[in-house]
Design a protein. Sequence first.
Lengths: 277, 361
Amino acid sequence: MHNPDRPVEVEVVERVEETPSIYTLHLRFTDPEVASAYRLLPGQYNMLYLYGVGEIPISIVSDPDDEGPLEHTIRSVGRVTEGMERLQVGDRMGLRGPYGRGWPLEEAEGRDVVIVTGGLGCAPVVSMIRYVLGRRERFGRLVILQGVKHTDDLIWRRQYERWQELPNTQVLLAADVGGPNWPFSVGKVTVLFNQANIDPDRSIVMLCGPEVMMKASIDRLLALNVPPESMWLSIERNMQCGIGHCGHCQVGPYFVCQDGPVFHYPALRPWLGVTGF
Amino acid sequence: MDSLLDAIRDEGFARLVGPVTRDGSIVYREIASAADLPRGVRDRQAPGTYRLESQDDGVRSFSWANGAQALKPMTFAPREALWRCERDESGTLSFRDVAREHEPTAVIGVRACDLAGLQIHEQHFLKSPYTDPHYAERRSSLFLVAVHCSHPADTCFCASTGDGPRAESGYDLALSELDEGFVVSAGSDRGRAVLASMELDPASSPQQDSAEREIEAAASAQGRSLPSRDLKDALYARLEHPHWDHVGRRCLSCGNCTAVCPTCFCHAEQDEPALTGETSEHLRQWDSCFTAVHSYMGHFLVREETRLRYRQWLTHKLASWHEQYGRSGCVGCGRCIAWCPVGIDITAEVAALMEAGDAQS
């Protein structure tokens, strides 16, 4: 019987140092058959394995149609991620996936896509932004609202600046603490809603970041008359198996690893912000 | 009984596991013959209490309700390797299955509550989009001989959850124990094959009647109950009820209840590398929602306080379980009541939560 828990081998083909504690690994399957069978959707994640240490769930940044290596942006916060930080080009690791539900691509077609994100880069929405930019004619306006704690935390800053130049695209950035080289807003991501050009009837909103931030943003969006049915969010929980077996990631009735990480807001609404779930 | 055990062996299940008394409890261990069974043993259970009593003149081997564990460790192992990673000198990794061989085993004395727990686990491990081969192989190695319950403990409430005391399905053979012997029926083809290989007397109608009466009496003797088989809406309406604080202050967050529960399935995964640096085993081990690390997120815990962990456990078991598996996750075995070191009683906690209406704190 097939063992769904068992990873396959991948090789690190590129390693990018984003900040002193954030790095991106570009991973290539060593078995070409596995590589050609692999399909992903923006918003899904892989379980990455570091030899002798363990596995962790990491979002995939790559475009689904890109046949190159899989990109994973990782922040060193624990035993596994700190160990992975030391990997170099040519090193091997394990990977299984992709897992979970991604962003609602069909629902988003033909609509304005509004991305609201806080924290460090928020890889799950970067995959969606890239997806929209790679298929620009299939979507309406692209509005990106990004908040960070410190100006130094904004990884992919040049990427954001490049996106700002694109037609039909609005990119707004805010940092809790500004600085001398910070031309953008200061405050929480919610300060950006006054400047954002959001058409409540044409927009689909995708949120990712700390739940307090997402909840505050949803309140602002509801005040702008964006219907709850137009909002989707990606959340995080402790995940150890990725396949709905280990039980850690539950939020109310959901297993975030399989029913999420992307949820339709109306489905998650009863549980969002309830301490302990 | 011994002729039945022999017939089961002849059917290909050479290893027999059954209830024996050890360290003051009923536990499931390998047995050689019916003489190993706990003849004349009664269990006395209450919140935080489990005691065995011996009756010298007792002729029955199943005049007790249950022990701390039964089937769960046999199908969902407390700790087992899921796969192994081998690393050669060049750093190339090979991921391999760990050999899994499980000797065909007959389990004697399975209770209705444990069969209900087994069916829930089959749904969790085998019917989800990802079938678990570790569970499947352990499960398929088992031949199950149920014994309908005739002596429920004070902690039992399977009649109210609908899971006992009669074993309804999921067994190969089911027995009713009478003073003069057993009434046996088959629940599967291999069970029927075992019976066909034996010389059996048909049960007389008084024997069948007394077997039935004992099961009915075992149901009506149960003093504990849950108010409904579906408490989802009632519990979801009480997420901020002050009683969670009350139970949270008593609960030690030790995880005994989740270890003895036949339906709790949470497990942690971890690696155990060999000192040679050439291989590492990836293991899973039972975990509990009462531990701090269960909700660990790198930078915070979702459930820091005990009251939140108890609420997670109870609302999962009795509420969200319905959405996940189409029924409650409680089979009424009462183990969490008896094995709780401070005697927290799930039926009493539910009653307290329901009593105060839908009061919000």
